[in-house]
Design a protein around this ligand. Sequence first.
Ligand code: DUC
Ligand code: ZN
Length: 458
Amino acid sequence: MRYLLKNGTVVSAEQSVQADVLIEGEKIIGVGKGLDENGAEVIDVSGKLLFPGFIDGHTHFDLEVAGTVTADDFETGTRAAIAGGTTLVIDYASQDKGGHTLKEGLEKWHRKADGKCSCDYSFHMSVVEWNEETEKEIEDMIREGITSFKLYMTYPAMIVNDSDLYKIIKKLNECGCFAGVHCENAGVIDALIAEAKKEGRTGPENHPLVRPDTMEAEAVHRLLAIAGEAKAPVMIVHLTNRKAFEEVMRARMNGQKVYAETCPQYLLLDDSVYSRPDFEGAKYVCAPPIRKKEDQDCLWKALANGEIQTVATDQCSFTMEQKRLGKDDFTKIPGGLPGVQTRGTLLYTYGVRTGKITKEQMCGLLSENAARLYGVYPRKGVIRQGSDADIVVFDPEKESVISAKTHLYNTDNNPYEGFALHGDIEQVFLRGQQVVQDGKVIREKTGTYIKRGKNQLY
Ligand code: DUC
Ligand code: ZN
């Protein structure tokens, strides 16, 4: 199939240009002014922005959390993702604790995802146990196209100690890879939870109090000291607050290579959500928690200054019934929020339209930087001859309102309920196939597993 997208504005991380885009099969075969249609189906996209398909480097589909499983699996989750312009998700596969291998974890994630995805997909691998066997497996993972890993400084089932953090980060660097790390101080959080329980504080308003910004910043500081000793780059995933951000900047001033990711919930919501009546606060329970207005301001500035490299979602969705598992004990509320469907439209509405960031920066944050960081550039992350024809046709004027009544998640709640959007995903091409038309998903489960190469971001 050949398509000619005519008269659109092609956005990259550097610039926006008026150009036609010619697609043949899975690839972009031409970008330029006045391209000859040459038998192609012509689609007039004048007035529209053409973004390279968005890449979400942080999702959790079909994940067991707190005795339940996320409401969205790879089928419903990637359907929502593609409707939101995301053409590649990188989900966190995980090794299990108790002598299990990375290979077993990878096979498990392929069973969850293969044949079900409506966008392309890849995996990071969470390492939760480190021994000679695991160390040998890193090269096997690289052969499987997994070049980024995840480490947790919190959660009993996932946590790795400081000694292993050092060894793993060092080994990954030797292999040309890096880890994204969930930074929260587990010990102090446990103590704060014990205090809350002793005092009979059981509601969701306690969630941000037991996971304070200082304990995220402490973990970031410790991680970066360890990474400095290991002389290895590292990534902070879901960075939420000013104190933690300052730790990142300090390490960079000392010459360290540190990447940072944040998520829309940390840019657009503040911690007053936890005090909403009737257990509504549970909807927003995620880790790290949503912070304060001043933290949002800091994160927006960091995006504008290029100090945060990517905005992902940490998609991890639950129904209110599932959230009610913690109705008598906030620590039993499964943590996480949906987000894959609205990452692009929220960033456009509340970032680009308000002048906080440019549309070119949005392109870098959602597409190009992520493509470079996760080793799929220039196959993905750019609208250029030879790249996969993953293209978002974005209508900058269409208005809508986010609602759980109309979203595609398998949930009855949306953290952005009632948020007005100005700008919408009109069409999406996934490797040359039109999969979203007039905002509706018209073709499902054509996603394919993407083997990734190594990080190419500075
Ligand atoms: N945080 C969450 O809230 N859910 C899933 C994993 C995570 O880090
Ligand atoms: Zn996560």
